[in-house]
Design a protein around this ligand. Structure first.
Ligand SMILES: [Zn+2]
Length: 89
């Protein structure tokens, strides 16, 4: 189960001193150290990376939808004002 596998990786990534560490080539990365010492199975990091990539993709799509809604909202807000400024007929 993901919910069992994730907290272990998460606690390690939180222990990592790099805020946005890729845990791949950074020297001093605790996640890399954990894998090197056999504390963390490499497959689990691969799994974490995949989940993280998916989460980023979901966030990006949500942001795109948000931008679209803002653009639509702007058009809707502008329309009544234009009508008020334009005399009918
Ligand atoms: Zn790291």
């Amino acid at each position: 189960m993901f919910c069992q596998a994730r907290p272990h990786v998460k606690s390690l990534t939180e222990g990592c001193r790099f805020a946005d560490c890729g845990h791949s080539a950074e020297p001093g990365c605790v996640v890399r150290a954990a894998i090197a010492s056999g504390d963390l199975p490499a497959g689990r990091l691969a799994n974490y990376r995949r989940l993280r990539r998916e989460a980023v993709g979901v966030e990006r799509r949500a942001a795109e939808r948000r931008d679209h809604r803002v653009a639509v909202g702007r058009r809707r807000r502008l329309t009544p004002r234009l009508r008020d400024e334009d005399p009918p007929g």
